[in-house]
Design a protein around this ligand. Structure first.
Ligand SMILES: Nc1ncnc2c1ncn2[C@@H]1O[C@H](COP(=O)(O)OP(=O)(O)OP(=O)(O)O)[C@@H](O)[C@H]1O
Ligand SMILES: [Mg+2]
Length: 248
């Protein structure tokens, strides 16, 4: 693993729901500014991990630290795009983006500036006054991402945001996400079922096992960006991850 500061540390993390042991004594680090992809079989506890990190769920045993301390939602600036996230129907694109900024009590001038920047970055300036139901799926997803990035979160959690999208669209949104990540230097934890997506995005890819869930392997992926899915090294890496998950 490269040198740097640990942004997130999962230490002996165990999560049970009653008798059901989901996360089984898991330990790993996420480095500051890193893009970590997590892949694992359905029901292995990927969403549960994010819910433990954000304190939506209690942890049974062990701990998750952010910057060396238990997460503090008042202090830590974290954006979480939930598995079923969507834009808020009753707000325009612009208001959706501003929503997160309002919560952070940002001064009005700065809020305006940040909103313009985000609209521009995701290419929705012209559509700022549209409501979600007037948008295409890609525009909707870009609104959700812009809202999540608007506060320049120190940590961005994304739970299968592009699961339902067609390939072409997914690539475009992934490129946009990488652009935002590079610009803001945020630490990203990105959950996906899709091996190609994980290799396209991740600096490291963490493969989880079936329940009771352990870390099966963490693979570093330092292919240059933008990544080329037809590149020999890309295909090699994709095959390596595919091989790992074949024996889930
Ligand atoms: N609130 C809860 N109460 C009881 N059991 C739960 C709860 N949340 C999750 N589980 C169980 O924990 C396990 C992990 O669920 P989780 O949603 O984290 O899986 P996942 O890896 O995100 O799956 P998917 O890839 O389908 O999204 C599942 O067996 C699920 O039934
Ligand atoms: Mg899930």
């Amino acid at each position: 693993m490269e040198q740097g500061k640990r942004k997130v540390q999962a230490k002996n993390l165990t999560k049970r729901f009653g008798e059901l042991l989901v996360l089984d004594d898991i330990s790993f680090d996420v480095m500051e500014g890193e893009f970590l992809c997590i892949v694992g079989p359905t029901g292995c506890g990927k969403t549960t991990f994010l819910n433990c990190l954000t304190k939506l769920y209690d942890i049974t045993n062990g701990e998750i630290l952010v910057d060396g301390a238990p997460i503090n939602c008042k202090k830590n600036n974290i954006s979480y795009i939930l598995q079923e996230s969507s834009a808020m129907e009753w707000l325009t694109v612009e208001q959706n983006i501003q929503f997160g900024l309002g919560i952070k009590r940002m001064p009005a001038g700065m809020k305006k500036e940040r909103t313009e920047e985000m609209l521009e970055l995701v290419g929705l300036t012209e559509y700022r006054n549209y409501y979600p139901k007037q948008l295409s799926i890609s525009m909707l997803q870009r609104t959700v991402i812009a809202r999540a990035f608007a506060t320049y979160p120190e940590l961005l959690l994304m739970d299968e945001p592009y699961g339902q999208l067609d390939l072409d669209l997914r690539f475009r949104l992934e490129d946009e996400l990488v652009k935002l990540w590079q610009k803001t230097g945020t630490t990203v934890i990105f959950i996906t079922h899709n091996v190609e997506e994980a290799v396209y995005l991740g600096e490291r890819i963490m493969v989880l096992t079936n329940k009771p869930t352990k870390v099966k392997k963490i693979i570093s992926c330092n292919l240059p960006r933008p990544r080329d899915v037809a590149d020999e090294r890309f295909v090699e890496m994709r095959n390596e991850v595919t091989e790992l998950i074949r024996w889930w």
